[in-house]
Design a protein around this ligand. Structure first.
Ligand code: NDP
Ligand code: HSE
Length: 438
């Protein structure tokens, strides 16, 4: 039996989950590998050697030096589950130089530095596998890269941050407190080391960057993703949206347009008749539309130890299976050979077309609504749905909620500025884009 030796960087939520699967599922994994290969965890780097662990590490050498793992001649595959984009990058660059294959869950690193890392890996003939980096337990990388390879992908849209979806779901419950809900998500192992990555959409933007690159065969362009978080979405907005027949979801959307590719992450109203509107808690879901297959949907747990480690172990098995394949026969990291990637323009957010949910407080006086409609009409914006109710706590004010027709974002911005200048309108206008899934 041939032994393949792993060196892990990190033994936290995902690292612990990975060691647990390797400890408990060894026989099944060996069967999947044809009964000829066994996997051994040789060494693991952690920050604190004295921390209690969720996984049994008997017989495994623990070190506080990640580079020692990467430089360990007994390690065949480096499994990076540490996070971050500085030390993790140095470690993976060194691993590649040492001709070690890599499995990583680090979407930040792939989205921000994948172009260089994949190039270096190709030059050294090593694989970089990262299924667990996107949508936790859902094998979305494999689906996009291999399962849908017979298609030109037109668009994809997904709930790709488990923490954010968990928070939005909990906010539907009366009296939910944002800070407390986030704390629970952290305790459950869903959140990033810096949870603003989850709440402000940075984590989703990392994942969208990766999916868009595989879907369209374009270079990773994280800095071009328009990113808006969920921190400004209120329980009141969620309730108003539901009354109008929508759910608010934090979506990552990438699409092919006549003017280039669009990549954006923002809260979105999704009609409650659409399946993805009913994806709750930590679950993720990604819709992908291909020119031949039509619309497909992938659903599953998007974060946490078991689901993420499931994808890490699948990658380890894939890498072992491909070890003796000629490198030109291996599936390229992004599904397209690096030489085939294009750097097509990315559409600015101002140039997208969307319908919008608007919520604001205005004086409850005769003629105010007519004035609002006139301002919107100046920018060719019409009101498709309107709801008005008294503003609790100020009898002189009304809360206005509306859904507009589909308009150019720059036209909407102009209209919002004009509305916010009206003396009858209080505070800023809340605006949320409305999805248009046919
Ligand atoms: P954790 O914080 O739970 O674990 C990080 C691990 O890395 C810990 O074991 C920590 O050691 C170790 N570590 C961190 N810095 C160093 C260092 N300088 N030297 C040595 N060891 C170090 O993170 P997660 O497991 O949640 O996430 C790991 C990666 O997986 C991240 O890239 C994350 O984005 C990604 N990911 C996470 C998911 C999740 O659901 N949690 C899902 C998908 C991807 P110690 O334990 O001693 O502190
Ligand atoms: N923090 C991430 C999330 C982990 O909540 O989705 C999974 O990538």
């Amino acid at each position: 039996m041939k032994e393949i030796r792993l060196g892990l960087l990190g033994l936290g939520t995902v690292g612990g989950g990975t060691v647990n699967i390797l400890n408990t599922t060894q026989t099944e994994i060996q069967r999947r590998l044809g009964g000829k290969v066994s996997i051994k965890v040789e060494q693991i780097a952690v920050r604190d050697l004295n921390r209690s662990r969720t996984a049994d590490t008997t017989g495994i050498d623990l070190t506080t030096d990640p580079l020692a793992v990467v430089n360990n001649p007994n390690v065949d595959i480096v499994v990076e589950l540490m996070g971050g984009t500085t030390l993790a990058k140095t470690c993976l660059e060194q691993a590649i130089q040492n001709k070690k294959h890599i499995v990583t869950a680090n979407k930040a690193l792939i989205a921000e530095h994948g172009n260089e890392l994949f190039k270096a890996a190709e030059a050294q003939g090593v694989m970089v596998a990262y299924e667990s980096a996107v949508a936790g337990g859902i094998p979305i990388i494999k689906a996009l890269r291999e399962g849908l390879a017979g298609n030109q992908i037109e668009w994809l849209a997904g709930i790709i941050n488990g923490t954010g979806n968990y928070i939005l779901t909990e906010m539907k419950k009366p009296g939910a407190d944002f800070a407390k809900v986030l704390k629970t998500a952290q305790e459950l192992g869903y959140a990033e080391a810096d949870p603003t990555f989850d709440v402000e959409g940075i984590d989703a933007a990392h994942k969208l960057t990766i999916m868009a690159s595989i879907a369209f065969g374009i270079e990773l362009q994280f800095d071009k993703v328009y990113t808006e978080g969920i921190s400004k979405v209120t329980a009141e907005d969620i309730q108003f949206a539901q009354n109008l027949g929508y759910e608010i979801k934090h979506l990552g959307i990438a699409s092919r347009t006549d003017n280039g590719f669009s990549m954006r992450v923002h809260p979105t109203l999704v009609a409650d008749s659409v399946l993805i509107a009913n994806v709750n808690d930590v679950m993720n879901a990604v819709m992908v539309s291909g020119d031949h297959v039509g619309q497909t949907l992938y659903y599953g747990p998007g974060a946490g130890a078991g689901p993420t480690a499931s994808a890490v172990v699948a990658d380890i098995i894939d890498v072992i299976r491909a070890l003796h394949q000629p490198k030109e026969d291996r599936v390229p990291a992004l599904g397209f050979a690096l030489s085939q990637l294009t750097s097509a323009p990315i559409v600015a957010i101002d140039d997208i077309q969307s319908a919008y949910y608007l919520r604001f407080y205005a004086k409850d006086h005769a003629g105010v609504l007519a004035k609002v409609s006139a301002v919107l009409a100046e920018s060719q914006i019409s009101i498709e749905l309107l709801h008005q109710e008294p503003y609790v706590g100020n009898e002189d004010d009304a809360t206005l909620v509306m859904i507009t027709n589909k308009v150019l974002e720059s036209d909407l911005n102009q209209a919002i500025s004009a509305l916010e200048n009206m003396p009858e309108i209080d505070e800023k206008i809340m605006r949320i884009r409305v999805a248009d899934f046919k």
